[in-house]
Design a protein around this ligand. Structure first.
Ligand SMILES: C[S@@+](CC[C@H](N)C(=O)[O-])C[C@H]1O[C@@H](n2cnc3c(N)ncnc32)[C@H](O)[C@@H]1O
Length: 232
């Protein structure tokens, strides 16, 4: 996908009324899909480097990985982990070598993995997530694709248990509003803001250049400080 400033806007729509029931249903059932071997390997690779029960910032669906570098500036004292399922995007952005399991620059690490497995592994391993960033997730705007949006997916309860704090950015306001409805269903407080400060990601820059309205949803305040990791 090119990153020029001519991207088409997705029209606003009312939040899908099925969201609360879907969230309740997912919260009531264990999500049992088996973990795929390559996701387990990626997670093990990370664990070997950052240890047991690490405190981390996660850039979930980091695309080219450029945003992970920017998030590391915002969170100077913790491990920062970028995860994306596309090796092509990661290699384009940060020179990720698809033949290897992961890529590390000091306290910043990237892996190619599917978040559906990655989040479940991180929760099972008791990771301490200082902040989870979901920057411009694929919107899947068709009604039939509701369960592909993160708040409509069976992994949503896992994501929330793992993430005391979270920042979501989107160029489709409906996505943020629905995500908010899903949070309200499980009584998690959140705030929605109409502006996103600074271009954190290539998609953000593209959407801004195309005149899109950018929305941020936040759960919890930005952490002030985290424990310094050892990068030896
Ligand atoms: C619209 S792009 C946004 C990328 C980046 N955050 C940005 O703003 O520039 C969405 C990204 O999410 C990734 N993605 C979608 N579903 C995923 C999944 N289940 N696991 C890991 N990555 C996923 C895609 O590969 C893609 O890079």
């Amino acid at each position: 996908m090119g990153l020029s400033g001519n991207s088409r806007r997705i029209p606003d729509a009312p939040p899908d009324p099925r969201v609360p029931d879907l969230v309740r249903r997912h919260a009531a059932h264990r999500f049992e899909k088996p973990i795929q071997a390559h996701n387990q390997s990626a997670f093990d690779w990370l664990s070997e480097r950052i240890g047991l029960r690490p405190t981390v910032v996660i850039d979930a669906g980091c695309g080219t990985g450029v945003s992970t570098l920017r998030l590391a500036d915002r969170h100077p004292k913790t491990w920062v982990v970028g995860v994306d399922k596309s090796a092509a995007r990661l290699s384009r952005g940060i020179g990720y070598d698809a033949a290897r399991i992961g890529h590390q620059r000091g306290r910043i690490l990237w892996v190619r993995a599917d978040l559906v497995d990655f989040w479940r592994l991180a929760l099972a391993a008791d990771w301490r997530v200082a902040r989870q960033y979901l920057l411009y997730p694929n919107p899947w705007p068709k009604p039939a694709h509701l369960s592909r949006r993160w708040h409509g997916h069976p992994v949503f309860p896992t994501l929330l248990t793992l993430s005391r704090t979270l920042t979501l950015r989107t160029n489709w306001r409906t996505y943020a509003e629905e995500f908010g409805e899903a949070l309200a269903t499980v009584r998690r407080p959140y705030a929605i803001e109409d502006e996103c400060g600074g271009d954190l990601t290539p998609f953000e820059a593209k959407y801004r250049a195309s005149g899109h309205r950018l929305t941020e949803l936040r759960v919890g305040a930005e952490p002030r400080s985290q424990a310094a990791p050892s990068t030896s």
